[in-house]
Design a protein around this ligand. Structure first.
Ligand SMILES: [Fe+2]
Ligand SMILES: [Fe+2]
Length: 339
């Protein structure tokens, strides 16, 4: 069997590998693995924690006496909700693609359970927006570019790093912070369910990636690093275009960014620990993964979200960055096909 990194960088087609008879291997080692696999546990946990989206939404609406979304915040929330809703749809397709292409049973199980979660997230959120009278808008150019790239790539490594580590992480933070902003009680209660599911989805990346990353050549690791840098910059630029919306909603974007960095650091720590526990290795488990030093995080956060009164030069530079992001976003959106 080819090394995991080769299989992920160049997934094989069914004609070349179906059925993978090793999945039915009854050796004692495989039987024990099937029962104890942490990865397969994501699937079982998802079954245990599955919630009926229709029932939960109806119950929450009854509990709070209806949805009363503040009119003066609907336009701002519509902007943010577009990213959440179309992001859920992309996550649904991407997890289905992973369920199809990942080629070991526990990983396939974890991805399959995610397909059900993302389908539920999409229909429940859409249902909520309809009932709340929040218009469903088109995606901004940067967000669309990012999601299309993850949908389109055949490279499983890029798909899993981009989706499970970067986008899912952002989703956890967004759901948490929007929930805590208490914009509307049904929404806050609902987002708690989303956040719990998304945290499980990050787990798929944490558990599958270390052994793949450890097998990357230096050139492949560099290519992966550039891919993440591009994704990260696209996310940052997309975030810049939502500054006013988040401010109107009372969601602190600076704290959101700090929280996302903390979560990412935690993910890297878990990956090192998991891999190290198995094989006595550490750095190899996160080879090629994007990491920003604490100083770098602090500097970036301070530039984008200055505390106190910034200098005139700082204000000018920031205004240029925000303006360029808005221009770029509109330019990319105009190039999107009519769908
Ligand atoms: Fe989701
Ligand atoms: Fe997710």
């Amino acid at each position: 069997m080819a090394a995991p990194s080769t299989q992920w960088l160049h997934p094989r087609r069914p004609a070349a590998q179906f059925p993978p008879y090793a999945f039915g291997d009854p050796s004692l080692v495989d039987q024990a693995e099937a029962r104890t696999s942490t990865l397969a546990r994501i699937y079982h946990k998802s079954q245990e924690q599955a919630w009926d989206g229709r029932a939960v939404l109806d119950e929450l609406i009854a509990k709070h006496g209806g949805i009363h979304f503040p009119d003066d915040k609907k336009a701002a929330f519509a902007q943010v909700a577009a990213v959440l809703l179309w992001g859920e749809l992309a996550a649904w397709s991407i997890s289905a693609d992973l369920a199809l292409k990942l080629d070991d049973t526990p990983a396939k199980m974890a991805a399959s359970s995610q397909v059900f979660d993302e389908a539920r997230h999409f229909y429940v959120l859409r249902d909520y927006l309809w009932r709340a009278g929040v218009p469903i808008q088109k995606l901004g150019g940067f967000s669309r570019t990012l999601l299309v790239e993850l949908l389109e790539t055949d490279n499983l490594l890029y798909k899993v790093v981009g989706m499970q580590l970067m986008v899912e992480n952002t989703a956890v933070v967004l759901f948490k912070m929007i929930g805590e902003a208490r914009l509307e009680p049904v929404l806050s209660d609902l987002l708690y369910y989303f956040e719990r599911d998304e945290a499980r989805h990050v787990g798929l990346g944490v558990l599958t990636l270390p052994s793949v990353l450890a097998g990357l050549s230096n050139r492949e690791a560099r290519a992966l690093w550039w891919f993440q840098t591009r994704i990260q910059l696209t996310m940052l630029a997309g975030g810049m275009t939502l500054r006013e919306s988040f401010a109107t909603l009372g969601v602190d974007q600076a704290e959101m960014e700090r929280h996302a960095f903390r979560l990412h650091d935690d993910v890297l720590r878990r990956m090192r620990a998991h891999h190290g526990a198995d094989r006595g290795a550490d750095g190899a488990a996160v080879k090629g993964l994007f990491e920003v030093s604490k100083g770098g995080q602090h500097a970036l956060n301070g530039f984008l979200f200055p505390r106190g009164t910034p200098t005139a030069a700082h204000r000018l530079a920031l205004r240029a960055v925000v303006g360029a992001a808005a221009l770029g976003d509109r330019w990319l959106a105009r190039r999107a096909p009519a769908t």
